[in-house]
Design a protein around this ligand. Sequence first.
Ligand code: HEM
Ligand SMILES: *[C@@H]1O[C@H](CO)[C@@H](O)[C@H](O)[C@H]1NC(C)=O
Length: 323
Amino acid sequence: MAFFKLKFLNTKALCAMCFLIALLLSPTNAQLSPTFYALSCPTLDIIVRTGMRQAISTESRMAASILRLFFHDCFVNGCDASILLADSATFTGEQNAGPNRNSARGYNVIDNIKAQVEKACPGVVSCADILAIAAKEAVVQSGGPTWAVPLGRRDARTASKSAAESDLPSPSSDLATLTRQFVNKGLSADDMTALSGGHTIGLAQCFTFRNRIYNATNIDNNFATTRRANCPASGGDSNLSPLDSTQTRFDNSYFTGLVNNRGLLNSDQELFNGGSQDALVKKYSTNSLAFVGDFAAAMVKMSKISPLTGTNGEIRKNCVVVN
Ligand code: HEM
Ligand SMILES: *[C@@H]1O[C@H](CO)[C@@H](O)[C@H](O)[C@H]1NC(C)=O
């Protein structure tokens, strides 16, 4: 970048050239590709698929947990498996950051799949790519869309608890704040709405939606009453409720819920509360194909947030620790 700045000061014409050349040469701008491991690890897809099948049959919620784990990886310095690095006496990672502590789950599933992949193709496939494929499998195995996963990410040697605390969205945030956080990651408000459809699977703990079900006015009365039964005004913080009416099926009922003021989290209902996303939510609530198409495209976009490529980062041997 210093080199680029120098040229910029010298001649404007050269500047454009330098920028292009820098773009082409910089390893961080190498393109991800769905065929990245076609020759080096041809059995990768089947190993991840089988691992996810086993994990989901053991616990159906695991599909949702892995999808969320990928989102929480990508939003903190890019999709670089930083979230998989465990805390130790000498290392503080992201797993105990507020949005992840006692909430993010599925670490073992990725670690186990990685162990299988290492047996087949030692030292070749990054944990970041395994998580990206596993998230796609989570969606497919829940009845959602599929997509070609861009691959070739490398694993971070660092993690950031503070970035996890600042960059991961809060369920109490309003539409403007949520939108700003997605735009900061190169995603649009529409991408955010499609991606929030990830809440078509999975569960949330009482403390994340208590304020809404007791205090909000933009909530269906029967829905609030039902949810209060398992989420008292005080206590029961970790009691679970489904994020939509079909918690293991990847469908558009999250959006029909929103249209009926049955969003569980405040951040969910913000997408249909008289603002810019109302029309898109309404469309998804009646057009499931539009939702799944946009969701898949937005997942590909999210999966490309600042990847480490080329010689940056490393191929971790064990997802829990740096090499
Ligand atoms: C728009 C901003 C978002 C906010 C504020 C948000 C917040 C939350 C919260 C508070 C929970 C419950 C966590 C708990 O109770 O332990 C949750 C669960 C979940 N989130 Fe999000 N989320 C957002 C976007 C996303 C995106 C983009 C995805 C994926 C594409 C996603 C996927 C999930 C899934 C699948 C679950 C259920 C996890 C499980 O059952 O283990 N979320 N989210
Ligand atoms: C409802 O809102 C009030 C005022 O902000 C707050 O003190 C109270 O804790 C809220 N109730 C619940 C159950 O979250």
